[in-house]
Design a protein around this ligand. Structure first.
Ligand code: A4P
Ligand code: MG
Length: 184
């Protein structure tokens, strides 16, 4: 990977954790059968060889941030452990987006499915093809709130406690939905 890439310092294996590195993936949909698409994505991610999904967050209905006029989103995050390197994980996520008819016409435009890698262990990268941690996650309540729900002690590398970032971002424009996602 290009400059600015650094490998994490391993703190050693945790005996009960599935193998691999910890990663946080954000899911978003604002076109089509949004909840079904998010559930399909969770199921598909859990089926990737080398990925174990360990938690799925509540779902939030969220006002679009940036981009053209577009419908509200459903957003959620999942926690995973993976033996795939970051680029291979992204490639697998892009294939799942494509399977749900994701098209890329306008930046930040409406989409059936967006899958972003928010963090991958402590890896940092400023490569535009894969920026880690995700460069806008720290200011986005639609990422921080569901992440905080499933991991209240989470830390966004280089930015600090998710709880503090969420307090700073505020919860305007997001509301917890009644619908839930399940782990397959
Ligand atoms: N890319 C770089 N880093 C990453 C990463 N960590 N994870 C590259 C995933 N992809 C990453 O992404 C554009 C390029 O980013 C890809 O080629 C990939 O290699 P994309 O999915 O094609 O397009 P995008 O999602 O429109 O672009 P971007 O910049 O990732 O958008 P954002 O910042 O993720 O914003 N409002 C609400 N309420 N809810 C949302 O989910 N999402 C966005 C997208 C805007 N507003 C939103 C929401
Ligand atoms: Mg994206």
């Amino acid at each position: 990977m290009a400059g600015g890439y650094s490998e994490p310092v391993s703190s050693g294996p945790v005996s009960s954790a599935p193998p691999g590195e910890h990663s946080v993936v954000a899911l978003g949909s604002n076109l089509g059968a949004r909840l079904d698409i998010l559930q399909g994505a969770v199921t598909a991610i859990a089926a990737i060889a080398g990925v174990t999904v360990t938690a799925v967050s509540p779902v939030y209905e969220t006002v679009p941030v940036g981009g053209p006029d577009q419908p509200d989103y459903l957003n959620a995050v999942l926690l995973a452990r993976t033996t795939l390197p970051p680029r291979d994980l992204l490639r697998q996520l892009n294939e799942i987006e494509a399977a749900f008819d994701r098209v890329r016409e306008v930046r930040w435009g409406p989409r059936t499915l967006d899958l972003d890698i928010i963090t991958y262990e402590g890896v940092t990268s400023d490569d535009p093809g894969l920026s880690l941690p995700h460069p806008r996650a720290h200011e986005r309540a639609f990422v921080l709130a569901p992440w905080h729900d499933v991991d209240p002690a989470a830390v966004l590398p280089g930015r600090g406690q998710v709880a503090a970032l969420l307090a700073a971002a505020g919860d305007g424009g997001i509301r917890r939905a009644q619908e839930e996602l399940s782990l397959p």
